[in-house]
Design a protein around this ligand. Structure first.
Ligand code: BGC
Length: 744
């Protein structure tokens, strides 16, 4: 996209001529096969190369040093080395004007100076809003979006993110994460839609559809990326990028369906899992990247590596003796583009491999065609059309209202003995590390990679202490964290207050820097809760978290617990809305909140996991169950019916239940429909989510909810590794109601 920013150095008239030339040239590119036929091997391999912006910059990302492009290096990359893609912005968000200036430079070089004028894909991790754009609308992280169970809202967040990404010229979003979070230890838990496969598939596909839906020009705003293909999210050690051991049955049952759903929704690209699975680094795994991805799933889009991962086949995974061998292994396995990201090592090695005949040019052509096809689908060759997001106002009031709505809907009331909503006269003590802490509300991928630098955030973000102060009309005392953790002083302050709001949190972290040694909440935060509770004040705990930290020891001291996840810029407002009752909380857990670090068991575990010597047949004792979430009103489920009369004819099963708001205020509940297979040739899970609805009801209002399940919802991965249906007895569970039926 061109803008006439002051950083453009080419005289205006020349620019006009060059733009005209650029609109003529793409006519040649309409036929991608013909374009491919004109390309040299250097041009083809260049398309398969992705460099980080840092590789073509004067400054290398030192904090506080303004970014400067190295124009010679950029020209070398785009014109001499024909690279097909750039990514990232090395750890520093940029303004809209800076992005436009950068994109104008890139556009001029690729379209007007490179031999074939092939535009580039520019990839960015816009994972909760375009978080590397200073003015962008930022949303809660995915784990909070999932807690809303509002698929339309998930889609709206993805749509706004995509539009605000393309609006500055970026056309490839490395999102959504489609990994199913099967270990709460994992540092990327918050980037997921939770522990359930079905929910991840529904939310992931909705996000992909929204990101890639055609704009007014007929082209999508961005290409979405399903990441990380495949088996990334259950490292055995719980630590990022450590080995996963996932049997094929589990891979197909738990981890594959969200990718399948996203592909059915038109997913254009996938990013490869950086770690090893079953002993094979996925970047070198032909079974995963070709047999499964291409031959079985029929995926036609781009498979891009993750960061530096070809090199890691040599120095980390040790399956390749040298870099050239690693390039051979990964291209042979099936990758299309290497996120190299600093140099031309991949490019040079791949050219040599083609010259030596180890990689055929036909194999290269497959990848290049996939890359060109994505570029064409995005309208990048069509410079005569307006940008798909020409009409977008970045950070508009409406977009920010959607972020506030998402933060509010995500708030999950885990416990309430009646202290919430707070009384209008009650005096409040506020304390805890998350109180005045902006990064703790946002989590990582916020203006910087780790999101820890408070100076990188926009000014004026409302923190919880300020929000409480503005709404508690002189009834608030604040005990700042750090300066103030003297138990005696704290107890005295707590003694004087009716209620203490304790904002607990986790310093943002992600990927390797986010590895932890224990899931327990840090001891100083637990001590805070105990000290305050012992003073007699009633305690409201508010949790801002990357992942569910164990709170068993302090839970009995808390009169109420609000899980805020990582709610983003409107977190403080959304939390206080719940505390004072402005908003009736309606969020529900998209994961099982564990009670013990040694019992990290998901809700859809096997029957044998619910019995042990200590607890008899009910050994599954999470702190809070999957789907849990309280409200200030009461909901009652009744009259669950399962109609199987059509099942033999068309494989459908109709499920109905009545949901009534029996309390005295309007509220939202989420109805989850679980299926239990009583006997199967592969030991069945105790239950599996197969449908859900988030429902708003006024006091006294009731509604009849209806879902249609199909035979596919009853299938599991059988002995032959295919999805199989076996007749027999099934139960359908909604809330505490159960209907059991025998199906032919
Ligand atoms: C992460 C990816 C991300 C990529 C590009 C990697 O370290 O694993 O999720 O898209 O960096 O920033």
């Amino acid at each position: 996209m061109k803008t006439f920013s002051k950083t453009i150095r080419i005289p205006f008239l020349l620019l006009v001529l060059l733009s005209w030339a650029a609109t003529v040239r793409p006519a040649l590119a309409q036929d991608l096969e013909a374009l491919l036929a004109r390309m040299t091997i250097e041009e083809k391999v260049g398309q398969m190369t992705q460099l980080t912006l840092q590789a073509v910059s004067e400054t290398k990302g030192e904090p506080g040093v303004p970014h400067e492009i190295d124009h010679d290096a950029l020209r070398e990359a785009l014109v001499d080395r024909h690279i097909g893609s750039l990514l990232n912005v090395y750890d520093m968000a940029r303004t809209e004007a800076e992005w436009h200036a950068l994109m104008a430079d890139i556009d001029d070089l690729t379209r007007n100076e490179s031999r074939l004028g092939i535009p580039i894909l520019y990839g960015i991790d816009a994972v909760h809003g375009n978080n590397y754009l200073a003015e962008a609308t930022i949303f809660p992280q995915n784990i909070g979006l999932a807690a809303t169970w509002n698929t339309d809202l998930v889609a709206q967040a993805a749509r706004i993110t995509a539009q605000e990404t393309r609006a500055v010229g970026l056309n490839w979003n490395f999102a959504p994460v489609l990994d199913v979070a099967r270990t709460p230890l994992w540092s990327r838990f918050f980037e997921t839609f939770g522990e359930d496969t079905y929910a991840t598939a529904v939310f992931g596909a909705a996000a992909v559809r929204a990101m890639q839906e055609p704009g007014p020009s007929g082209y999508p705003a961005v290409a979405a990326t399903g990441k990380h293909f495949l088996g990334y999210s259950m490292p055995l050690s719980g630590k990022d990028r450590t080995p996963a051991w996932i049997p094929e049955r589990m891979l197909r049952d738990i981890f594959l369906p969200p990718f399948q759903a996203a592909m059915d929704a038109g997913l254009m690209t996938v990013m490869v899992n950086s770690a090893e699975m079953n002993g094979i680094p996925v970047h070198a795994d032909r079974y995963v990247l070709t047999d499964l991805l291409r031959d079985e799933l029929g995926f036609e889009g781009i498979a891009v590596t993750d960061w530096e991962d070809i090199g890691k086949l040599v120095d980390l995974h040790r399956v390749a003796a040298n870099y050239k061998e690693a390039v051979f292994q990964s291209v042979d396995a099936g990758i299309d583009m290497a996120m190299v990201p600093y140099d031309y090592g991949f490019t040079d090695a791949l050219i040599e491999l083609v010259e030596e005949g180890r990689i055929t040019e036909t194999r290269i052509d497959e990848s290049v065609l996939r890359i060109l096809r994505v570029k064409k689908s995005l309208g990048l060759f069509d410079t005569s059309s307006p940008s798909p997001t020409a009409h977008i106002h970045i950070g508009s009031d409406a977009s920010n209202a959607a972020s506030l709505q998402a933060a509010r809907e995500s708030m999950t009331l885990l416990k309430n003995t009646g202290v919430l909503p707070l009384g209008k006269e009650e005096s409040v003590l506020a304390a805890g590390p998350a109180l005045g802490n902006v990064p703790m509300m946002y989590g990582s991928w916020s203006y910087t990679w780790q999101g820890t630098d408070p100076d990188a955030y926009p000014e004026g973000i409302q923190t919880l202490d300020k929000e409480l102060a503005s709404r508690m009309n002189g009834r608030l005392a604040v005990a700042p964290w750090g300066e103030f953790h003297e138990p005696d002083r704290l107890r005295a302050m707590a003694y004087a207050a009716d209620v203490a709001v304790l904002a607990l949190g986790e310093v943002p972290s992600v990927e390797k820097p986010g590895d932890i040694e224990s899931l327990e909440l840090p001891e100083d935060q637990m001590a805070l809760v105990r000290d305050v509770a012992e003073s007699g004040a009633r305690v409201v705990v508010v949790l801002f978290q990357n992942r569910p930290r164990i709170i068993r020891a302090i839970e009995p001291y808390a009169d109420a617990i609000v899980l805020a996840y990582l709610p983003g810029p409107y977190g403080a407002q959304a939390v206080v809305d719940v505390l004072d009752g402005t908003v009736n909380p309606g969020g529900h857990l998209p994961f099982t909140y564990p009670r013990f670090t040694g019992s990290l068991v998901p809700y859809d575990h096997k029957p044998s996991e619910t019995s042990d010597i200590l607890y008899g047949t009910d050994a599954f004792q999470p702190q809070y169950r999957f789907g849990h979430g309280l409200s200030y009103t009461e909901f009652t489920y009744s009259d669950l019916r399962v109609d199987a009369s059509q099942f033999a004819a068309d494989g459908t099963l109709r499920v109905e239940v009545t949901l009534t708001n029996t309390g005295d205020r309007a509220g939202r509940d989420v109805a989850h429909v679980f299926v239990q297979d009583h006997v199967a040739s592969i030991s069945p899970a105790v239950r599996r989510l197969r449908a859900f609805s988030a429902v708003d009801l006024d006091p006294g209002e009731e509604t009849r909810l209806r879902w249609t399940l199909t035979r596919d919802d009853l299938r599991f991965i059988g002995h032959d590794m295919r999805a199989v249906y076996e007749p027999g007895v099934f139960s359908i569970h909604v809330d505490a109601l159960t209907e059991t039926i025998e199906l032919p």
